[in-house]
Ligand binder design. Structure first.
Ligand SMILES: [Mn+2]
Length: 423
C-alpha cells in the first residue's frame, strides 16, 4: 500500500506505477502466500490435535475390547497360528494367476511358487503392486512371506546396528499406513534395495489406508529377499493386534484372507525389532524417547519385546511401588517399549503424560540427556505427520552435542529422509 501511494507523486507515472503496482502485487502475493501458509499450518495443527485425540479414544476402545476378549474368549480364540506357509507349493518361479475369490469377483493374484524369495521375485512383486487396485497377493504366498520374515525377526535383537559407508545411501521411511502408492513411489525414487542402498522402515505400516496387507507384505518380502543387513524394520504402535482391531487392518485382512491370516501378521508384529542405530551416531525409533531420560541401549536390548502390553492400569513406577526388584524391572522394561512405540516430543521440559494415552511427551532436556548418555548426535522418529514432510525438533541440542554431524539429510516428499555418509 505504501509503495502505491508513493508512486502517485512521481513524474514518470506510467513506469513507476507499473513498478509500484508490480511491487505491491508482489507484496500482496507474498502476504497472501504467507497467510495461506499460516492457514495451512494452522489447519495441519488442528488435524494433528484431532488425530492425537482420536488415538486416545481409539486406544481406550482397543484396551476395552482387549479386556472384553480376554475375559470372554470367543469360539475362534483357540485357533493357533496356521503354519500353512510350508505346505505344497507347486511349480518353480513366480506367476500371476487369475482366480475367482469368495465374493465372485475376479481378482488378479500374485503368487510365489518357489521356496526361495530372491530379488527377482521381490522386483516382480513391486511391479505387480504398481498397478493399483484390482489385485491381490495370493494367500499362501502372503503366509510364506510372513513366516520367512518372522524367522528373521526372531533372530534379531531389539536394536539393529546399521552401517553405512561412503557411497552407501540409506532411506528412512516413516508411517506408510497402508498407502501402497507411496511405498512404490519411494522405491522408484530411492531405487531397488542393495548393500549400497539400504532402507529403514520406521513402523506404522498398517491401518488407516486401504492397502495395509500389500504394504506390510511387500516390506516383509523386501526383508526376506534382500536380507536384514539391507532392510531394517522398527515396530510402530500400529503393529499391535489390539490397535489393528480398531483401526482397520483386521477387517482388511479378514476381507482379503481370513482371521487366521490376521493372527499370523500379528504374531510377526510382536517380533519386529524396536529401534536402529546408524553408524553408532543416530538413534532411529518409531515413537520416541523415554520417561527415564538416561535410558541406555543396554536397557532397551534387555526388553522381552514379545511381552508388550498396550497400557498398564497405573504407569510405572507407581504401579509397583511395593513390588520386589525383579517385578519393578519388568514393569520398567515394558514401559520402555511402550515409550519407544508411542512417545512424542514436546516443548515442555522433562517427561510428561502423553495425550495419546501411552508413551511419554519428552522435552529437549530428555533428548539431550539420552543422546549424551548413549553418545548419539541425533534421533530420527516418525509417528506424527509433519507439515513439510520432515521437521527438526530441538535441533540446537543436537548440533551442540556434535557440530559436525558428517551426514546430510535430504527431504524426499512426505515420507522419506535420505541419509548419506559424507564424512
Ligand atoms: Mn504411530
Amino acid at each position: 500500500m505504501l509503495e502505491l501511494k508513493n508512486a502517485t507523486f512521481n513524474k514518470d507515472l506510467s513506469f513507476l506505477s507499473f513498478d509500484a503496482a508490480n511491487s505491491a502485487s508482489s507484496t500482496i502475493q507474498r502476504a497472501s502466500k504467507k497467510f495461506s501458509q499460516q492457514q495451512a499450518e494452522l489447519s495441519w495443527k488442528i488435524f494433528s490435535d484431532l488425530d492425537t485425540q482420536d488415538e486416545l479414544e481409539m486406544l481406550n476402545l482397543a484396551v476395552f475390547m482387549k479386556t472384553l476378549i480376554d475375559t470372554v474368549p470367543s469360539s475362534t480364540d483357540h485357533i493357533v497360528e496356521d503354519r500353512r506357509g510350508s505346505m505344497n507349493l507347486r511349480q518353480i518361479g513366480f506367476s500371476r494367476d487369475t482366480i475367482v475369490c469368495d465374493d465372485s469377483h475376479t481378482v488378479e493374484c500374485f503368487e510365489i511358487t518357489t521356496e526361495h524369495i530372491d530379488r527377482s521375485v521381490a522386483s516382480a512383486m513391486i511391479d505387480f503392486c504398481r498397478r493399483g487396485g484390482g489385485f491381490r497377493i495370493e494367500q499362501k504366498t502372503a503366509l510364506k512371506i510372513i513366516n520367512q520374515a518372522l524367522k528373521i525377526f526372531k533372530s534379531q535383537a531389539n536394536v539393529s546396528y546399521v552401517t553405512i559407508n561412503e557411497g552407501t545411501k540409506l532411506t528412512v521411511v516413516g508411517d506408510l499406513h497402508g498407502q501402497l502408492s507411496d511405498l512404490i513411489y519411494i522405491l522408484d525414487k530411492s531405487g531397488l534395495p542393495s548393500f549400497k542402498n539400504k532402507y529403514i522402515f520406521n513402523g506404522d505400516f498398517v491401518d488407516r489406508g486401504e492397502n495395509s496387507v500389500e504394504v506390510v507384505t511387500l516390506i516383509f518380502a523386501l526383508l526376506v529377499a534382500f536380507g536384514p543387513d539391507v532392510i531394517y524394520l522398527n515396530r510402530g504402535n500400529h503393529e499391535d493386534m489390539t490397535i489393528c482391531r480398531v483401526y482397520g487392518f483386521e477387517s482388511e485382512v479378514i476381507e482379503k484372507y481370513d482371521r487366521t491370516m490376521f493372527r499370523a501378521y500379528c504374531e510377526a508384529f510382536t517380533h519386529i525389532p524396536l529401534a536402529s542405530i546408524i553408524n553408532n551416531t543416530i538413534f532411529v525409533v518409531h515413537g520416541g524417547l523415554f520417561h527415564k531420560a538416561d535410558t541406555t541401549i543396554e536397557d532397551i536390548m534387555s526388553i522381552e519385546r514379545t511381552d508388550f502390553l498396550l497400557k498398564p492400569v497405573i504407569p510405572y513406577p507407581q504401579n509397583c511401588a511395593d513390588k520386589p526388584a525383579d517385578k519393578k524391572r519388568i514393569e520398567y522394561l515394558k514401559q520402555l517399549q511402550r515409550d519407544a512405540m508411542w512417545s512424542d516430543p514436546s516443548d515442555k521440559p522433562g517427561a510428561t503424560p502423553n495425550l495419546r494415552g501411552a508413551g511419554a511427551l519428552f522435552g529437549a532436556d530428555v533428548a539431550s540427556t539420552f543422546m549424551k548418555v548413549n553418545g548419539f548426535s541425533m534421533v530420527i522418529r516418525s509417528h506424527e505427520a509433519v507439515f513439510t514432510g520432515f521437521g527438526m525438533s530441538f535441533a540446537s541440542y543436537a548440533m551442540k552435542l556434535n557440530p559436525s554431524l558428517g551426514f546430510r539429510y535430504k527431504k524426499d516428499e512426505n515420507y522419506a529422509i535420505n541419509v548419506t555418509d559424507h564424512s
